[in-house]
Write a protein that binds this ligand. Sequence first.
Ligand SMILES: [Zn+2]
Length: 189
Amino acid sequence: MSTSCTHIVPVHTGDYPEDEAKAMEVLAWFQARGLVETDLSDCTLGKPGYRFTPEIGPLFIEAPDPRSQDLLTRGLELHHGERVVFHPAEGAQLSFICPSCGHDQGWDALESIGDWYSRVEDCPRCPACGARHHINEYGTDCGGTDTPWAFSNLAITFWNDQGGAFQPGFLEAMRGLFGTDIRVVEVHI
Ligand SMILES: [Zn+2]
């Protein structure tokens, strides 16, 4: 089994308010359902996280391979505080399509993404038509056929869930918790 992770990221402008409190609320949602262990452990490749229990299985359309429960890296990581660019694996394509004119600036958008990350400018200008849009309004998923990029100071990351697509009901619950639309960013390492 290869290592992978999946970010679930709220879609919003500015910074997500009271991000640490919201991360704790999402963690409480998982813990109340027995989906993760109570205590932090070294179960992710990022910060310490909360190890998945076998109860995590029903969040997915197809149940994860039971052997995945033995993986050392398998748990939930919380992100809050710093802004993070959540993107698919290295080698992935970047499309960055203007919602006004449809121009795709591709990798040239890295400068705009850097400006968002360093809080210089949240609303980059399209080089083709000159319109400004919030970074989240540019299309990064090739019209729905590719993994989107996501931009936030708040997210949760599933490490090595080995479960494939999430159940629609789970994604709806996450939209409700965040109070926003969400993006699911799958990363293969
Ligand atoms: Zn444009």
